[in-house]
Design a binder for this molecule. Sequence first.
Ligand code: FAD
Ligand code: NAP
Length: 312
Amino acid sequence: MLDCAIIGGGPAGLTAGLYATRGGLKNVVLFESGMPGGQITQSSEIENYPGFFEHTKTGMDFMDTWQEQCFHFGLKHEMKRVERVAKTGKHFTVTLENGEKIEAMAVIVCTGSTPKRAGFKGEDEYFGRGVSTCATCDGFFYKNKPVTVLGGGDTALEEAFYLSNICSDVYVVHRRDTFRAAPSTVDRVKRKENIHLITDTVIEEVLGDAMGVSGVKLKDKEGKITQLDTPGLFVFVGHNVNNSVLKDENGTFICEMNEWGQVVVDLSMRTSVEGLFAAGDMRIEAPKQVVIAAGDGATAALQVISYIQEQA
Ligand code: FAD
Ligand code: NAP
């Protein structure tokens, strides 16, 4: 029986493991289908994590030291994908992809969420080299420069507003002529002088060279092609929350979720199921930042330690 099973080895899961083991739990396993590190390992640069300010280092370099530190205190890593989590009586059963079943007293789920790709030409090629899905992470790289934002939902318009305070101009490209975002958000964006709304238009291709993105090629509904010379392109076309481990065999979630598939937690990262915690990008109102995910993981682990003491 594990004291704690941690699912997902991004910043939330690794930090949860560090706090759980350093806090005295003996039998803690991190289940991570790949190498630990999470989505930040895809980033070419990180400059908003306090204490880390080395421009030459990538997200991969940044996470390297995390692994070393987190495993130092006894956290074990099983490179296995988790299929599902179930509560049976007082304990949890974690079912792995290969059918193996592991018992645990408490579980912290940290499986993150994945931004959707829009599917235009060059999107994958230039991802991390001018194409971004995170304004908080990358907006500053375009200070006083023009950027393009793709999408017409709340995220796209809220992030366009955030970018408009950093960038010279923000061109919001949306495929329809009405926005999915809340009317008050649309009004706020329309009032901002340096935000320009381009509707009934799609991105055909992102343009660039070895240095990164140089612009985007647009196509309107009449088929007219135009070009925006913006070095940054932010894509906000929705997220897939990696929540499948929380579904039972019938596809029903085992804990309370919101309408967007994010896990409902309290300020202690407790879900609606006793002993089950969720942390990082998959939880409600997650700002989707490494520093927050790490904080969530620490919070959840401290709660697990108290929970296990109460059970004894
Ligand atoms: P994740 O990092 O997504 O980790 C989840 C982990 O769970 C993954 O490793 C995944 O393999 C694993 N997993 C999923 N399902 C299963 C399963 N069923 N079984 C086992 N394992 C599973 N944030 C910043 O603060 N600053 C930045 O500059 C910044 N730049 C970014 C640049 C890019 C390109 C990207 C993609 C993100 C960036 N972010 C940045 C956001 C940041 O990476 C995330 O907020 C953070 O990684 C979330 O951590 P997490 O632990 O919640 O989830
Ligand atoms: P979303 O509501 O699903 O919006 C995605 C947007 O991207 C839509 O405008 C969609 O166009 C467009 N889109 C999707 N696929 C595309 C593609 N391949 N190419 C071009 N455009 C594409 O996603 P979201 O904005 O991330 O929001 C997710 C949920 O969180 C929503 O329910 C939202 O209300 C909520 N949210 C709330 C707040 C808030 O309350 N403050 C903030 C952020 C998010 P169409 O409109 O044509 O489908």
